[in-house]
Design a protein around this ligand. Structure first.
Ligand SMILES: Nc1nc2c(ncn2[C@@H]2O[C@H](COP(=O)(O)OP(=O)(O)OP(=O)(O)O)[C@@H](O)[C@H]2O)c(=O)[nH]1
Length: 411
């Protein structure tokens, strides 16, 4: 029988060992349900029987379904039926469920997601194994013209018979409660369109949390029949990298400005762009837009290629005049077809799933580490000693990990 070996460093092991000793935590409850015997198998190399593991996953789900009370079961049935029949209210309510911080509702959300994932897998199998929706990430500095662009492209696509959903990731709402993407009403026309669904960014939580719920919201939108999912973020902090990791195609929107206004655009994110759109290419801005197009075309040539089947392109468009908008979409379709034809798009999604899982693990593990009583006691003193140079960071980390993994301190 094939074995899967999970090799972990000391750090990972002691963290996992500790998490598994949290009987009340959701992580623990899920881990123990998903991997029965989890606690007993974390030695330096852990053999896990693949089929046992698979059985564990379905058992976990079955347990969770059996655990549901009557009202919970009815709520999930209502949401699921409403969602897959394309009701916007059910989609909105389902996304609210995945955004919740309430531990029990979080579990319900996972049951709903599993059902929707199973439904989507079925649809994909009818579609020759190909994804049923196209996920596009859009990022750019504040004022680049993102919402104007999404409004015009979105309207064009619903006019062509597509169902378009727009999800936002606003990093500022996580830290300050404010909003970089503007409190103004955005995409007014698209929000009235019955074939469009617009969901603003959650207004609280960590970026990791928002990223997680956005990933889950994408799955729900696809389950509700939206074949184009646009994920918008402002080009600040790490949010654009997070978005680039959850979509099939990443598009960078750049205004036709130079110098300081473009300083904020990170080289790292340009490398991730599959398409660069120079916005506002109309009137007096056509000339600077052309110049920026030339500059970015040269810059992209120097960057490492991300894909075997696609060379990133730089195009110009105006949301005000509509010029270049159909051409931008045509490029996106070209990209999608090329990536689908050789399986790269599917491969990218598979890799993203793994990244997503590890991000969640890291976030959870760190949370438990930071909230462990032994760690909390020792941390201020050790941080102080490290900053004064009295204790090396390595020794401090070892001491904290010891505090974390010691059985007496975890009780
Ligand atoms: N000339 C011109 N102006 C545009 C175009 N698109 C957007 N603008 C203007 O640029 C400004 C910012 O546009 P938005 O679409 O709100 O930009 P955004 O990137 O969504 O902005 P934030 O929500 O602040 O991140 C507005 O004043 C728009 O009218 C365009 O195609 N041409």
């Amino acid at each position: 029988m094939p074995h899967v070996y999970y090799k972990m460093g000391r750090f990972g092991l002691s963290l996992l060992r500790h998490i598994s000793s949290f009987p009340s935590s959701r992580t623990c409850c899920l881990h123990q349900r998903v991997f029965p015997g989890f606690q007993s198998c974390y030695k330096s190399t852990i053999p896990v029987h693949t089929c046992q593991q698979r059985r564990g996953v379905s058992t976990a789900l079955r347990h969770q379904m059996q655990d549901l009370s009557g009202p919970e079961q009815r709520l999930l049935d209502k949401l699921y039926e409403g969602l897959i029949s394309g009701q916007r209210a059910s989609l909105a309510e389902s996304i609210t469920l995945v955004e919740t911080q309430h531990p029990r509702k979080k579990e319900l959300a996972q049951v709903l997601l599993q059902k929707v994932l199973a439904y989507r897998r079925e649809q994909e199998s009818h579609n020759g194994g190909k994804p049923v929706a196209f996920r596009v990430g859009l990022s750019g500095p504040p004022g680049a013209g993102k919402s104007s662009f999404i409004e015009v492209v979105g309207k064009m696509l619903t006019g062509r018979g597509h169902k378009v959903s727009v999800l936002a990731v606003d990093p500022s709402s996580c830290t300050t409660g404010g909003s970089l993407m503007g409190d103004k009403t955005r995409m007014t026309e698209l929000s009235r369109d019955m074939n469009a669904f617009i969901r603003p960014s959650p207004t609280s939580g960590t970026l990791g949390g928002v990223t997680r719920t956005t990933n889950e919201a994408i799955v729900l939108c696809e389950g509700a029949g939206y074949d184009i999912v646009l994920v918008e973020t402002v080009g600040v902090g790490q949010s654009e990298f997070a978005v680039a990791d959850m979509v099939d195609m990443f598009v960078l929107l750049i205004p036709p400005a130079g110098g300081d206004e473009l300083q904020g655009i990170k080289r790292g994110i340009i490398e991730r762009a599959d398409l660069v759109v120079v916005t506002k290419s109309d009137g007096d801005l056509v000339v600077p837009a052309r110049r920026i197009q030339t500059e970015y075309t040269s810059a992209l040539k120097l960057l490492r290629r991300q894909s075997k089947s696609w060379n990133p392109k730089v195009v110009r468009a105006s949301s005000h005049s509509g010029e270049g908008i159909p051409e931008v979409w045509a490029k996106m379709e070209l990209y999608r077809d090329a990536m689908l034809a050789n399986g790269e798009l599917q491969g990218r999604r598979r890799a993203q799933q793994k990244v997503w899982m590890w991000n969640l693990i890291q976030e959870n593990v760190l949370y438990h580490f930071q909230n462990h009583p032994g760690v909390r006691d020792a941390l201020p003193h050790l941080e102080d000693r490290v900053t004064k140079g009295a204790v090396s960071p390595g020794l401090a980390a070892d001491l904290l990990l010891k505090a974390f993994s010691s059985p007496s301190s975890s009780s």
